[in-house]
Ligand binder design. Structure first.
Ligand code: TEU
Ligand code: CA
Length: 556
């Protein structure tokens, strides 16, 4: 039996500060905007908030390029605003988690750190060794990077520095040089500024950005800091298909991380060799189910390990669009279907802002100029360049971005039907930094709060059920009861002889359902169906795009 911890039973609500709520009308979300909606967040039934980077940054990669770890990005507010937000979150009985981005910094970091000098100024600058420098290779007299590695946003990971005649490493943008974790001075500076500074101010943990990318020998050291504050960690873990390695990260006895976001979970599903090189919905339901089964299997592989449940974050397109259908007649059903599925899975549950409303991707009709993310624009530029602006290839690239781009998660939150969807104050002079969705008439927080049949109401109900059946739903053993079924996802959760059955119909047709044996003989009680409109019990198990959760007693 696993040890109980607040972060295991917790439900985390992820906030993207630029797009959540703009309190002062400059078109950019801010900390006081978050503060003003803490009661809304709490009303959903979550108990922890995670705020994406709100640190000072030149914003080449939306704050994942940090210039000053100890300072709030001025358009988001001040350090005092942040301290107030921490206090008010705690006052509501919730916890607060920040992003820890320490694989790389902004290339501008030296300019704002007093007394420091630019690592690029000379080879003997003491700060130079904070980053990773390598000499050029020469092939037939031609200067080449040290190796052929490609970065996450396209192109080589090596950037030539003309002044000192060496390359530096950057796994992401050239403006995000990778830190040298071998350097003990660098490590101490990170612990102090990126971690202790905020732990001292009361934050309860970190989401650790790209945690598997820098050298891991030193996690133990990092853990000493975390343990001193009893802080929780969830690591972002791309490119880690080997489950034995994942277990090493998250098994409690290894003392590395509490849990991770795995990418062979649904993140990578349907993506091309280079993320956007694919067509929409390029996967089957059995593949999707296998991805979920893989992350659920962690708890079996290692009883002291822990896992996460998530479909969305600031790097992913909207789940209704990706995994069900955002057609007007299907979106509400799709949102509820996914909500029920997620709330019935084991692990710590993460919800991304707007997911609780069933927000969807923006449409294909939007111009390319509405895509603001460096990842999207780099890809589109690359296709343009390689194809000589071939209209067919560009149309394909745009279709792929419409399905998978990170931009879809980053549009302003739809609060109401007011101008800018209530994101900025009514008398605001500035336009929001990204275009608000046009469908706020049918999908906004204000309307859904009063509507028992809304996606929001369904999330609230599911989260309450998740609390009520905490052992079974959060900690129970997961079994896919019909792995190859192309239409239905039928799984059971088992906890000390008790059982729940979840049935999710991913098609828009009524499906017949053969109840698995162990369930057929048992006494069944319908806990919730996404077909009922706030009342109980009228949902048929196999209804179109309907999901249901059933408690089973006996019959095993
Ligand atoms: O993401 C790291 C990562 O590997 C990816 O999810 C990446 O964003 C994606 O492949 C790009 O298509 C983290 C952050 O979540 C992301 O927002 C940052 O851009 C990235 O690190 C760099 O800090
Ligand atoms: Ca603002």
């Amino acid at each position: 039996v696993t040890e109980r911890k607040w972060w295991k039973d917790g439900v985390v609500y992820q906030i993207y500060p630029a797009s959540f709520k703009d309190s002062n009308g400059d078109g950019i979300g801010d900390l006081n905007g978050i503060l003003s909606e803490l009661d809304y967040i709490r009303s959903i039934g979550v108990d922890t908030i995670w705020i994406c980077p709100m640190y000072d940054s030149p914003q080449v990669d939306m704050g994942y390029d940090i210039r000053d770890y100890e300072k709030v990005y001025p358009p988001y507010g001040t350090n005092e605003d942040m301290e107030r937000l921490i206090a008010e979150t705690h006052a509501r009985g919730m916890r607060i988690v920040l992003d820890l981005v320490v694989n790389h910094t902004s290339d501008q970091i030296s300019t704002s750190t007093p007394g420091s000098r630019n690592p690029r100024s000379s080879k003997d600058n003491p700060k130079r060794d904070w980053y990773i420098w390598r000499p050029a290779r020469y092939v037939d007299g031609k200067r080449c990077p040290p190796n052929n590695w490609l970065g996450n946003f396209g192109g080589s990971v090596w950037m030539w520095d003309d002044h000192t005649q060496e390359y530096y490493l950057h796994l992401f943008c050239p403006e995000q040089p990778d830190l040298n974790w071998e350097n003990p001075v660098t490590r101490q500076a990170i612990y102090k500024s990126a971690m202790e500074f905020w732990l001292e101010r009361g934050v309860d943990g970190f989401r650790v950005d790209t945690v598997n990318m820098y050298s891991k020998g030193e996690m133990g050291e990092m853990n000493e800091v975390l343990q001193r504050y009893d802080a929780m960690t969830v690591g972002e873990c791309p490119n880690t298909p080997d489950m034995a390695r994942v277990v090493k990260y998250v098994s409690a006895k290894e003392r590395q991380l509490n849990m991770v976001f795995q990418f062979q979970d649904v993140v990578d599903i349907g993506q091309g060799p280079y993320k956007f090189q694919t067509t929409p919905k390029n996967y089957t339901l059995p593949q999707f189910k296998r991805a979920i089964a893989t992350t659920q299997s962690l708890l079996r592989l290692s009883p002291d390990a822990w896992t996460t449940v998530f479909l969305e974050n600031h790097d992913q397109a909207r789940s209704i669009t990706r995994f069900t259908s955002d057609a007007p007649e299907h979106r509400v059903a799709g949102g509820k279907l996914l909500s029920l599925m997620m709330c019935a899975l084991s692990g710590t549950l993460f919800i991304y802002q707007g997911q609780e409303l069933g927000m969807t991707n923006f449409p294909l009709s939007w111009d390319m100029s509405e895509y603001k993310d460096v990842d999207s624009s780099n890809y589109y530029k690359m296709v343009a360049q390689r194809s000589g602006n071939d209209p067919q290839k560009l149309a394909e690239a745009k279709a792929s971005l419409q399905h998978l781009a990170r931009d879809h998660a980053r549009v302003p939150m739809s609060w109401s039907t007011a101008p800018s969807n209530g994101f900025s104050p009514a008398d605001s002079k500035a336009e929001p930094w990204m275009r608000p969705l046009e469908d706020a008439q049918v999908c906004n927080a204000e309307q859904q709060r009063g509507d028992k049949a809304s996606v929001l109401a369904f999330w609230k109900r599911m989260l309450a059920l998740r609390r009520q059946f905490n052992d079974l739903l959060v900690h129970g053993e997961f079994d896919d009861l019909d792995e190859s079924n192309p239409d239905l996802f039928i799984f059971s959760k088992t906890w000390q002889g008790r059982k729940a059955l979840a049935v999710c119909n991913f098609t828009d047709k009524v499906q017949s359902l053969d109840l698995p044996e162990g369930v057929r003989n048992g006494k069944r009680e319908l806990l919730v169906s996404s077909a009922d409109r706030g009342t109980r019990g009228d949902g048929g198990l196999g209804g179109a795009r309907v999901s249901a959760l059933v408690k089973v007693v006996g019959g095993l």
